[in-house]
Structure formats: structure tokens, C-alpha cells
Ligand binder design. Structure first.
Ligand SMILES: O=C(O)CCC(=O)C(=O)O
Length: 175
């Protein structure tokens, strides 16, 4: 069971994870091929990289309900850095936006550390060598089927300036 420390405001778990079947020997299978790596440095992005199985998606969607359904609100809700239940500006649609989900549930916590994400990230931070990876922040946009809102047009250039020389990247996970 997770515990919530009121002093450290940090979620800790006793054991196991979303990737419990993955052992150190499995790291290599997550390496991107040289073609994909080259594509990233040529175009600035790559897409269609599977990071979760369907079974993992089904499990994480249960945790997702804590953030989208007020009647299932998580007991650690106050630990979110931000939570907006509807940023669409339209009460007939929903655009939930939150930061800090990784601190609340085990699966959202574990997704941040999945080798399927951290290993390719380590390859893509620097063209010349593998780099250690750390989380800057997580962010969730929820657009429920048939009544999902849209994110208004905006630019994210300021993110590009957070490290110099640039040594960060964004991982977009869609289900
Ligand atoms: O997924 C979206 O609709 C918006 C994403 C976005 O604004 C962001 O990643 O900062």
C-alpha cells in the first residue's frame, strides 16, 4: 500500500511496479534502432513508439478515473501540482489538465520510470552518447471520447530554453 508522508509530501511504495516483469537484462530490448535515432536528430521528433501494452493501458485507465471523476477523487489529490477539471471553456466538453499525477498512484509513478521510455530518452538527449535521465515534470491532458475539449492554440517555446545546451525532451503518450 502507498503511504503519504505529510512532511516530505512524497509518495512511497513498498515494492512491485507496472514494469515488474522487466529485469536489468531486458534494458537492451528497448534501444531504438540507429534509423530511428537518426530520424530524431534530423526531424526533431519521432512517433509511433509503443511504450505500454494493452494490458498496462487497461490498468492505468483505472487510476485515470481518480483525476477525471470527482466522485473517485484520490486521497492524495492535494499533492497534485495543478489540477483543472475543465480548461475547455465549454461546459458541454471536458479538457482536464493536471500536473503531478506521478506522485499519487503507483501506475502513474511507474510510467515515468518505464525502460520503454527511459532507455530511448537516454539515447535521444545527446547525439554523441547515452545520458542519464531524470524527470522534470509530468502533465496530463484528458479529452474523454465524444465530449473531449481542445487545447487552445499556444506556443511552448519557453520550454526549449530550460536547459542550455538543450538536454531535455518531451514524451507524449497517447492511449
Ligand atoms: O496534447 C495537447 O493537446 C496539448 C499538449 C501541450 O500543450 C503540451 O504538451 O504542452
Amino acid at each position: 500500500m502507498p503511504t503519504y508522508s505529510t512532511t516530505a509530501r512524497q509518495l512511497t511504495y513498498s515494492a512491485v511496479s507496472l514494469s515488474e516483469a522487466i529485469t536489468a537484462g531486458d534494458w537492451e530490448k528497448h534501444y531504438l534502432g540507429q534509423e530511428k535515432v537518426a530520424e530524431f536528430f534530423e526531424r526533431g521528433y519521432i512517433s509511433n513508439i509503443r511504450v505500454l501494452t494493452e494490458e498496462q493501458c487497461d490498468r492505468i485507465l483505472k487510476d485515470y478515473e481518480h483525476f477525471i471523476d470527482p466522485s473517485k477523487r484520490h486521497p492524495g489529490h492535494a499533492m497534485l501540482y495543478e489540477h483543472h477539471s475543465n480548461q475547455s471553456g465549454d461546459s458541454s466538453n471536458v479538457l482536464m489538465h493536471g500536473l503531478g499525477q506521478w506522485r499519487l498512484t503507483r501506475l502513474f509513478h511507474d510510467v515515468v520510470f518505464l525502460p520503454a521510455i527511459s532507455v530511448p530518452s537516454s539515447q535521444l538527449l545527446d547525439q554523441d552518447k547515452l545520458r542519464p535521465v531524470r524527470l522534470w515534470h509530468d502533465q496530463m491532458f484528458a479529452k474523454p471520447a465524444r465530449h473531449g475539449g481542445v487545447v487552445a492554440w499556444h506556443q511552448d517555446y519557453s520550454y526549449w530554453t530550460r536547459t542550455k545546451p538543450m538536454m531535455h525532451l518531451t514524451v507524449h503518450i497517447t492511449t
